[in-house]
Design a protein around this ligand. Structure first.
Ligand code: AMP
Length: 221
C-alpha cells in the first residue's frame, strides 16, 4: 500500500464552495486546507510595496498573480503543514503554466495527487452566491445574507462585529473572475480530465450534498 499522504486539488469558479469543501475534507480526512486565495489576500493586506502590488492585482485589476508567487506560497504552506498530513489545495493551479509547479511542489513534499475535484457552477450561480457572501471582521464567521445575516449593512448576529464583503466580491469583480476562470482555469481542468485525475461535481446543490457526492466518487476510484 502507498504510504504517501494524499493531496487533493479543488477547482471551481468564485462561489462554488471550494473553502467549505476543504473544511469538510479536514473533518473527514484530517486534511490541512491550503487556501491560495486567502494566503494571497493576507499578503496583499501587508503595508509593504509587495503587499500593495499584490492588492492592486487582486482587488483592482482582479487578475491572477504571477506564477512564481503562487509557487513560493504553496511551497511555504506545504512546509508549514509538515510531511505527514494529507492536504487539500484550494485554488491552484489556476492556469496551465502553474500545473507542473503545483505537481512538483506536491511530489516534493512527499505527497501523491489523489484527485483534482472540479466543482462546477454557472456564471449566474456564481454571481448569486457571491452577492450573499459576507464575513465577520471580528469573529471571522462566514455569513450568508438571508440566512445567517438578515440584512446587508447589519452587524454580525453572533458577535455584533462588522459584517462585510471581500473587496473583490462586487458583481463586476465576480464577472471578471468568472471570465478568467473560463479562459485560464478551464484548460487546467481539461488537463486533469485527460490525465484521468478529475472528478466533476455539480456545484448547484447544498454543500453537504456536494461533499457526499465527492466521497462516493472517491470510493469508486
Ligand atoms: P480566491 O479567494 O480563490 O477567490 O482568490 C482571490 C484572488 O487571489 C484571485 O482573484 C487571484 O487574484 C488570486 N489567486 C488565487 N489563487 C491564484 C492562483 N493559483 N494563481 C494566481 N492568482 C491566484
Amino acid at each position: 500500500m502507498d504510504s504517501h499522504p494524499d493531496a487533493y486539488i479543488l477547482l471551481g469558479p468564485p462561489g462554488s464552495g471550494k473553502s467549505t469543501q476543504a473544511d469538510l475534507f479536514g473533518r473527514e480526512f484530517g486534511a490541512a486546507h491550503i487556501d491560495m486565495g486567502a494566503a494571497l489576500r493576507a499578503a496583499a493586506g501587508e503595508r509593504t510595496p509587495f503587499g500593495e502590488a499584490l492588492s492592486d492585482i487582486i482587488n483592482k485589476r482582479r487578475e491572477l498573480v504571477p506564477d512564481g508567487i503562487v509557487r513560493s506560497i504553496l511551497e511555504n504552506e506545504l512546509k508549514r503543514v509538515g510531511p505527514s498530513r494529507p492536504v487539500v489545495i484550494d485554488g491552484a493551479p489556476r492556469r496551465e503554466s502553474q500545473i507542473q509547479a503545483v505537481l512538483s511542489a506536491i511530489h516534493g513534499s512527499g505527497r501523491e495527487l489523489r484527485k483534482a475535484i472540479f466543482i462546477d457552477l454557472s456564471e449566474a450561480g456564481s454571481v448569486e452566491r457571491i452577492s450573499k457572501r459576507f464575513s465577520c471582521a471580528s469573529c471571522g464567521r462566514k455569513l450568508i445574507l438571508g440566512s445567517d445575516l438578515p440584512a446587508a449593512g447589519g452587524p454580525c448576529p453572533f458577535c455584533g462585529g462588522v459584517a462585510s464583503q471581500r473587496a473583490d466580491d462586487t458583481e463586476d469583480g465576480v464577472r471578471t473572475r468568472y471570465r478568467i476562470f473560463r479562459e485560464e482555469t478551464m484548460p487546467v481542468i481539461s488537463h486533469f480530465k485527460e490525465e484521468g485525475t478529475l472528478l466533476h461535481i455539480p456545484g448547484d446543490q447544498a454543500s453537504d450534498a456536494i461533499f457526499k457526492e465527492i466521497l462516493s466518487a472517491l470510493e469508486t476510484v
